[in-house]
Design a protein around this ligand. Structure first.
Ligand code: PEP
Ligand code: MG
Length: 841
């Protein structure tokens, strides 16, 4: 075989591979080559070749030249995160191409905004077979110019059939994302250290372990069983090395629970609760107390046939079903509240996921039926998501299962019939899917209780938005309750009473009536100024995430907004909103509040709230990573744009600015510097209040230092609780234990109030604890003077504040700080509440 030449696939500056800011390329884990900093926007074939694979998101392509050289071209770095946006592929897998043919076009402007780097590595991925003997250097090249010369390097890594005498060991892949590019590169790097020929065999396909592309082409997923086989002098050692590397997880282990998992924390908590005959315990997913009758909600199994009836037929059937479900979701998303729209939006995003469809199409091409392929493709994702240990992704499992069902129903033509429910139906199910709950008319369902599920799932959010009391994780006993049995569901108490006697029913009826009455009275007095019974002003504000929320808060008597979560403007979109758009939206919300104070929180993304245009590098522990103010300071131009938009709201003094996730004073100073710069640029001379959120233990214990420079402090109890207790706020297993009334959290709030008082700053609470009626007296007792609650609870919080005496609240708070558990604090608060109710009766 003679030497051969690759021509430049792209116009741009040539750079050595070492300068690529990604170790996988710079350290040549994928092979040798060079990089091009593009000046053009089309990638061409560098030689006559066949396309081995165009990556699903079209940002990378691998070719095999006619003489066997494998060439990977990867446009930009971490461009996989763009999900194909800005890329157009002109070729398909398996296609033959001629030197100079167009392969991929890309939007250079978009990439320069959104990709980590534009640098485009061109790498020979079978260096065992070819080596680079000459290459272009530090030069601008045009398409077709000389790029590099390759020479055959004795002994191509040919894929050999399984042979007798090979050393073989099996390994189950623990990597959460399966063997994608990086692990494939690591495997190849390890295998190449041995003289032996090493291969991976998965699902009856075999690839040289020394070829990262070959390994990637096996599409090995989490949980797959893979054989590592080798022959040659050091075969034994090579197999051990590769098996150990894979078994070790390469830092990407999913750590799935074993199949015979021990009782979950929720179950353990449930088991520890005093059990009573006729009483089931669960975790509140949406508040409320209701009386009704059991309606068992069982979803019938959908049977799919594995064998297809021809790829073209099956492809058309799948496409038809997907289009049908998409159209239905789009129609449903046109009406309803924000929660419902957001959930349906997530469903649409899944339906449009190119990888999901591609996975199903691959199975169809292998002769499977459309239903089988769809179920398999979704199942693979469900497994992967469950294993990631990431709340936001794990919560999406329900949505995927929901979509699996909807598409299968559309394929079989058997849509779920709308069920006529009896009055006061309390649905009992193993799990409920969002679309099933959306499928019932509001007002038809009195409540629901599921055996499984978590309190932060989409179905729980929907229930809260629909005002349906709900319990989840109540255990398998739920499924034993007979149809039509009388029930009392008390979500706040976490209980489902089965077959209550007349006395229990009468007590529940009285409690429901009293609640209604209290709510109605609170609503009627919602617009009065909020003061305690002894005349201390406690501002009761509403949390807001959209214009509708602001209108609802104002209608419910909120005296302002203590938290505008600006993420609503930044998430679920491809580019950040510009200054004009932000200014318009903030102005609309300020106007809806009609002059009442509006505290605008700067962008709080990162962690579990991802914005696709922010290429936040993958983090092992996002909750402790780049989020909140850290993101703003990492991308200060975004912060400046946001601050400028806030400064444009009229009247100027209505808005205050609040910074999330503060861990040290430096961050506040850095934000203030950007604010001052924005003010200078805009000629604003008035004072704008700048406050901090207390969400980290660091901020709470240094509240005195922060208060010296912050205009106010507002406690985000949701995050503060998760960081103080080291319990993920979204983990359903911990839901029963992560209680902001834990004495440790209360001590942090007490410390915050003490620190703030030293500099005469006020402290508010804008986390969930401000909407918890049991907690309000304690917060007032600790020194909190502003409570920003959900719009719906504002009237009740105001009514409660009116009954309080600050000295009594202080005594309660002192006692609460000395309790040994959140349960004990709750008991104390309950007793206090009972006293208030008695006094008011
Ligand atoms: C909080 O953490 O309590 C808070 C109000 O912020 P978010 O819930 O938006 O993280
Ligand atoms: Mg927070």
């Amino acid at each position: 075989m003679s030497n051969f030449v690759l021509s430049s696939p792209l116009k741009g500056w040539i750079a050595p591979l070492d300068e690529t800011p990604d170790a996988v390329f710079a350290e040549r884990m994928l092979g040798d080559g060079l990089a091009i900093d593009p000046l053009g926007s089309t990638l061409h074939a560098p030689c006559d070749a066949r396309v081995i694979s165009v990556h699903g998101t079209r940002h990378a392509i691998t070719l095999r030249a006619d003489n066997g050289a494998e060439i990977l071209m990867h446009v930009g770095l971490e461009t996989v995160g763009l999900g194909g946006e800005g890329f157009e592929a002109h070729v398909q897998d398996g296609q033959a191409v001629k030197s100079g043919d167009k392969l991929i076009s890309f939007d250079l402007d978009l990439l320069s905004l959104r990709a980590r780097s534009l640098i485009t590595p061109i790498v020979i991925t079978n260096p065992d077979a070819f080596q680079i003997v000459r290459r272009e250097q530090d030069h601008v090249v045009s398409v077709g110019d000389f790029l590099m010369e390759l020479a055959p390097a004795g002994g191509a890594a040919a894929v050999s059939p399984v042979a007798e005498g090979e050393v073989v060991r099996e390994v189950v892949v623990p990597l959460a994302h399966g063997i994608h590019a990086r692990p494939a590169a690591r495997i190849a790097e390890t295998a190449r250290k041995f003289a032996a020929e090493v291969a991976l065999v998965a699902v009856n396909r075999r690839a040289s372990a020394k070829s990262p592309v070959g390994v990637m082409s096996l599409a090995i997923r989490h949980g797959d069983r893979v054989s590592v086989v080798a022959s040659g002098p050091d075969a034994e050692y090579a197999v051990i090395a590769v098996v150990e590397l894979i078994e070790g997880g390469m830092g990407e282990s999913a750590d799935l629970p074993a199949t015979a998992a021990p009782a979950t924390m929720v179950e353990a908590v449930r088991a520890n609760m005093p059990s009573e005959p006729g009483l089931l315990r669960g975790v509140m997913a949406a508040p409320g107390l209701t009386i009704g009758q059991a309606v068992r909600f069982v979803s019938s199994d959908i049977v799919v046939v594995e064998a297809g009836t021809g790829a073209a037929n099956e492809r058309a059937a799948l496409e038809g079903a997907l289009a049908h479900v998409r159209a239905r979701i789009e129609k449903a998303a046109g009406k309803g509240d924000t929660a419902r729209k957001a959930i349906l939006g997530a469903h649409l995003a899944f339906l449009e996921d190119p990888e999901l469809a591609a996975a199903a199409h691959r199975l169809i091409a292998d002769g499977k039926g459309a239903g089988f392929a769809w179920r398999r493709a979704v199942g693979g994702y469900v497994e992967a998501l469950r294993g990631l240990g990431d709340r936001r992704l794990a919560e999406r499992v329900d949505d995927l299962i929901d979509l699996e069902r909807q598409v299968l129903r559309a394929l079989t033509g058997e849509e779920d019939e709308a069920r006529v429910l009896p009055p006061g139906a309390i649905l009992l199910a193993d799990e409920l899917l969002p679309s099933q709950l959306m499928g019932v008319e509001a007002g038809q369902v009195a409540g629901f209780c599921t055996a499984k599920g978590g309190p932060t799932s989409h179905v729980a959010i929907l229930a809260a938005a629909m005002g349906i009391p709900a319990l989840v994780a109540a255990g398998p006993g739920v499924l034993d309750v007979a149809e039509g049995t009388g029930l009392i569901l008390d979500a706040e108490a976490g209980s489902l009473r089965i077959g209550p006697d007349a006395a229990a029913l009468a007590a529940a009826q009285t409690a429901i009536a009293a609640r209604h009455e209290r709510k109605a009275a609170a609503k009627a007095a919602a617009h009065q100024e909020s003061r305690t019974a002894d005349g201390v002003r406690i501002e009761v504000f509403g949390n807001v995430g959209s214009l509708n929320d602001a209108l609802a808060a104002a209608a419910n008597g909120a005296e302002g907004s203590g938290l505008l979560r600006t993420e609503f403007l930044f998430l679920e979109r491809e580019t950040p909103p510009d200054e004009d758009e932000q200014a318009r939206q903030y102005q609309a919300i300020a106007s809806a509040l009609d002059g009442r104070p509006l505290i605008i929180r700067t962008l709080d993304v990162g962690g579990d709230k991802a914005a696709p245009y922010l290429p936040i590098p993958a983090e092992e522990n996002p909750a402790l990573g780049l989020r909140g103010v850290r993101v703003s300071l990492w991308r200060p131009h975004l912060l400046k744009t946001q601050l400028r938009a806030i400064l444009r709201v009229k009247p100027l003094g209505q808005c205050k600015i609040m910074v999330p996730m503060i861990a040290s004073l430096d961050e506040l100073r850095a934000v203030r510097a950007v604010l001052e710069e924005a003010k200078r640029e805009m000629g604003v001379t008035e004072r704008i209040e700048l406050g901090v959120m207390i969400e980290t233990p660091a901020a709470a214990v240094t509240a005195d230092l922060l208060a010296a420079e912050a205009d106010f402090l507002s406690v985000g109890t949701n995050d503060l609780t998760q960081y103080v207790l080291a319990m993920d706020r979204g983990n359903p297993e911990l839901a029963a234990r992560i209680d902001a009334l834990h004495p440790a959290v209360l001590r942090m709030i007490a410390q915050t109030c003490a620190g703030a008082a030293r500099h005469h700053r006020w402290v508010g609470v804008c986390g969930g604890l401000a909407s918890d009626l049991a907690a309000v007296p304690v917060l007032v007792g600790l020194g909190v003077t502003e409570l920003s609650a959900t719009a719906a609870t504002v009237p009740e919080v105001k009514a409660l504040v009116r009954t309080l005496n600050v000295e009594a609240c202080q005594a309660l708070a002192r006692q609460a700080l000395d309790q040994t558990s959140p349960e004990a604090v709750r008991q104390l608060c309950k007793a206090f509440q009972a006293q208030i109710l008695k006094a008011g009766a």
